[in-house]
Design a protein around this ligand. Structure first.
Ligand code: HEM
Length: 306
């Protein structure tokens, strides 16, 4: 039995908090996993608070090699030929809190930081908010191309039977937008940046799709001819002085989001994603999001045995 962490699929939450941690020196990685596994009590069905935890791939590989998806790896800086850079800021653990209200997240985030205080240092935190019913701050709907919930687990988690069954690879990347530059373009030109219409969210026909449109960069066919998919749970972040997107995507295979990033950067075929003219990646990490059972099994406390 390998259950994918259920918070991955809890759609409809408008308050998100992302916490990233670094292990304190002298602390064993297994201690970190033990505390992460014990954070279950921060989930509350009353307030609808969902918690998803991830561990640095290289660390999880050492702790639980049998429960690690094949090919999992830390984020390494990606540099394209035209100067597009997606920097690596890899940390050791990631906790994602999602609920319907900021106050719920605030309490849960404080409790998580307190629970980890002796083990790991808070290295990065950001709060996100729902924007006009699933739109990115650019004004374009974000998430339409996601698999529906009946297929989401097959896209987001390793299939039963393989190494790391029920685990996901999470890509967590913060982007800062230049909305003034994007919005200075006529709407028809903004639409060419994404490859979709702005108001009603319709994908361009193949004949009209610019080769450097975001959609054209991230729609990739796998070896068997079917489209490679990820399950995105991104959220707008920031205030009037600085804002963008906390990009979060779950995949069953590290190679899938990595291929998308490499096409966006122009590494694959020399064509960079035009979206990168209007937004800049400032953080980048991969995490293994273990199955519920593997997470509990890998901690040290006897009550986590499954
Ligand atoms: C600031 C960064 C980004 C913004 C604002 C953004 C925005 C969007 C928007 C508006 C869409 C169209 C609606 C939809 O299908 O959801 C989309 C689609 C998509 N994006 Fe992004 N995105 C960003 C980064 C990324 C990254 C880093 C990846 C991959 C690593 C990615 C992968 C995808 C995929 C797979 C789709 C669906 C394509 C399809 O129609 O099948 N995006 N994105």
């Amino acid at each position: 039995m390998a259950t994918s962490q259920p918070g991955i699929y809890a759609l409809g939450t408008t308050a998100h908090t992302h916490l990233e941690f670094d292990l304190r020196s002298g602390v064993e990685p297994v201690e970190l996993v033990t505390v992460l596994a014990g954070l279950d009590d921060q989930r509350s069905t009353i307030n609808g608070c969902n918690l998803v935890v991830g561990v640095r791939p290289r660390m999880w590989q050492q702790i639980a090699p049998d429960a690690c998806p094949a090919g999992a790896g830390d984020f390494a800086t990606i540099e394209g030929p035209d100067g597009v850079v997606f920097p690596a800021t890899q940390h050791d653990a990631w906790v994602w809190i999602a609920s319907g209200a900021r106050d719920v997240n605030f309490d849960a985030a404080r409790a998580v930081v307190a629970a980890l205080a002796d083990i790991a240092e808070l290295a990065d935190d950001v709060d996100g908010f729902g924007y006009h019913d699933s739109r990115d701050l650019s004004g374009f709907v974000d998430g339409t191309g996601n698999p529906t919930l009946d297929r989401a687990a097959a896209v987001a988690a390793v299939a039963p039977g393989g190494p790391g069954a029920g685990a996901s690879i999470a890509l967590v990347q913060r982007w800062i937008h230049d909305l003034d530059s994007l919005h200075a373009l006529p709407v028809a030109e903004q639409e060419k940046v994404f490859g979709r219409t702005k108001a009603d969210d319709v994908e361009f026909d193949e004949a009209d799709m610019p080769v450097d449109a975001h959609i054209a960069r991230v729609e990739i066919d796998g070896a068997d001819g079917t489209e490679l998919e990820i399950f995105r749970r991104s959220i707008p972040i920031g205030d009037v002085r600085g804002h963008g997107l906390q990009f979060v995507a779950f995949a069953r295979d590290h190679a899938i989001p990595q291929a998308m990033l490499e096409r966006m950067a122009g590494i694959t075929d020399g064509v960079k994603d035009r979206l990168t003219d209007f937004t800049t990646a400032v953080t980048g990490s991969y995490y293994v999001v273990p199955s519920v059972e593997a997470l509990r099994r890998s901690g040290r406390r006897p009550d986590h045995a499954v």
